[in-house]
Design a protein around this ligand. Structure first.
Ligand code: CS2
Length: 479
């Protein structure tokens, strides 16, 4: 069976040398950036093969190696599934096995771009401020050792190697869901570099480029059932396919080191002067409601986003969030109608072919809430306005992070702060809220000191505990 995948690979061989090293070889990059890059090379050529780097485990490398680094991306449309073999990867490295090999790959003259999808927590920053968390164990390690563990550590040490070799820096292309993600990574990298070598920090600041990007495609985790279904569809056994919706968007700040870059505009990416309005729109309208639906939907007993929005109360709730709370605090990007964007999101969430688990999206709430939900709340609160829907979502995160669901069952909470969050849960909602609001890495000072917001959170949490998520959601819709 494996031969089938290999056959298709050999029919369209691509031998372009690697011009990109990608850190964080998860499903998202393989279903988004990798496909854009592969298509751009088909249209316009260029040496943009990708060396993928797994920063944690060897699982993806071990599955992809016997397939010659090729894999299937399966598009899940409401009316059918469409497989495509992606052959843009040239090699996969596993950082903990050999960090020097990763640094060597990043320091090759052909490499012009280092892109990243390492998730929010991978930047070792403080989510509420965007600054480097100098107490992070990986940062402490990376300051002491030339063989890094963290993504910022790899960027800094590889840039140092390039400077020493007289090479220009690579462009750092952050593709994670952080606000002004290029600026956040630049700040973290410059702070870390400055702690190692002030000249290096100057060189990066003047010669480097950290374009901000907005990335969008819904990519649910691949399941064992997906592998079997794909095999039935194509006849090939692929051990590492990725699943994705038809929609995709990539907005990139036009700020690279030199002129060399894949021709991403030829395949639909938008190269713009200012990504900020696109990022705010996407982080708050998509990711913000994703997280709200994830916590409340999970607590109400729903397994996926599609299941959650199939409930009329939740469907009405997410529209209240968009219309009543999120859109009024946004500046639309040029030529974008935010109401139409919301309608399109609703249709994407309702796609029954996408089984995107509420549990998957609920992960890492402490890293996600600031840019997804708390920014909108803070802006409304500064103008003295109440924000009942998003406040309920924030309270649902606290309830979820307690580790107990509405029926007393255990929740497997995945979050770098999980043990601390669970310990904040008290029988008295006022005490729970006070404990959470004291998390300086999550809540901005304006919200921490806002007595009305605290009272609203307490009321929302009380209602969640007494009446449950379903009734709480209905309460916001009916208000
Ligand atoms: C989701 C995102 O898991 C999550 O937190 O909100 O992965 C989301 O599906 C993507 O950002 C969509 O572009």
């Amino acid at each position: 069976m494996e031969a089938g995948l290999q056959d298709r690979l050999y029919r369209e061989p691509s031998t372009a040398p690697a011009g990109i090293v990608h850190l964080g070889l998860g499903a998202f990059f393989r279903a988004h950036g990798a496909i854009y890059i592969a298509e751009a090379m088909k249209v316009s050529g260029g040496n943009w093969g990708v060396v993928g780097v797994s920063l944690q485990s060897s699982g993806t490398r071990d599955k992809l190696r016997p397939q010659g680094w090729a894999y299937t991306a399966l598009e899940l449309a409401p009316d059918g599934e469409k497989p495509q073999v992606v052959t843009v990867l040239r090699d996969v490295l596993v950082a903990p096995e050999n960090p020097q090999a990763v640094l060597d790959a990043m320091a090759l003259p052909d490499v012009k771009i280092v892109s990243l999808t390492v998730t929010e927590k991978g930047y070792c920053h403080e989510p509420s401020t965007g600054r480097l968390n100098r107490g992070h164990p990986d940062i402490i390690h990376d300051l002491a050792s030339p063989l890094p563990k963290s993504a910022p550590g790899f960027l800094v040490r590889a840039l140092a190697a390039r400077k020493a070799a007289g090479l220009p820096p690579f462009t750092v292309l952050c593709c994670d869901n952080l606000p002004e993600n290029g600026r956040v990574v630049r700040g973290v990298v410059l702070e870390l570099a400055g702690l190692i070598d002030a000249d290096l920090a100057d060189w990066i600041a003047t010669q480097g480029a950290f374009p901000s990007t907005m990335v969008d495609r819904i990519v649910p985790a691949t399941t064992a059932a997906d592998l079997d279904r794909l095999q039935a569809l194509t006849g090939d056994r692929d051990e590492a396919p990725v699943m994705h919706e038809p929609f995709r968007q990539w907005v990139i700040e036009d700020d690279f080191v030199g002129a060399a870059r894949p021709d991403l505009a030829s395949v639909g990416a938008q190269l713009v002067g200012d990504v900020t309005p696109f990022e705010h729109m996407k982080l708050r309208m998509l990711n913000g409601t994703h997280s709200a639906l994830a916590y409340l939907g999970y607590l109400a007993g729903y397994e996926t986003i599609a299941d959650t929005v199939a409930d009329p109360a939740f469907s009405a709730f997410v529209k209240v969030l968009w219309r009543g709370e999120i859109i009024p605090a946004l500046i639309p990007p040029p030529d974008v109608d935010l109401a139409a964007y919301a309608d399109a999101l609703h249709a994407r969430y309702s796609n029954p072919a996408i089984r995107h688990r509420t549990w998957q999206i609920a992960m890492d709430g402490s890293q996600k809430l600031p840019q997804r939900i708390l920014g909108t709340i803070a802006e409304h609160r500064a103008a003295g306005r109440d924000v009942p829907g998003l406040t309920l979502a924030a309270a649902a995160w606290m309830r979820y992070a307690s580790g107990r669901d509405e029926r007393g069952g255990l929740i497997e909470v995945k979050d770098p702060l999980a043990p601390r969050l669970a310990a904040l849960w008290q029988d008295d909602p006022a005490q729970t809220v006070a404990g959470f609001l004291a998390l300086t890495e999550v809540f901005p000072p304006t919200l921490r000191d806002d007595a009305q917001f605290a009272d609203d959170l307490i009321a929302a949490l009380q209602k969640l505990v007494q009446s449950g998520a379903q009734a709480s959601v209905e309460g916001v819709v009916d208000a």
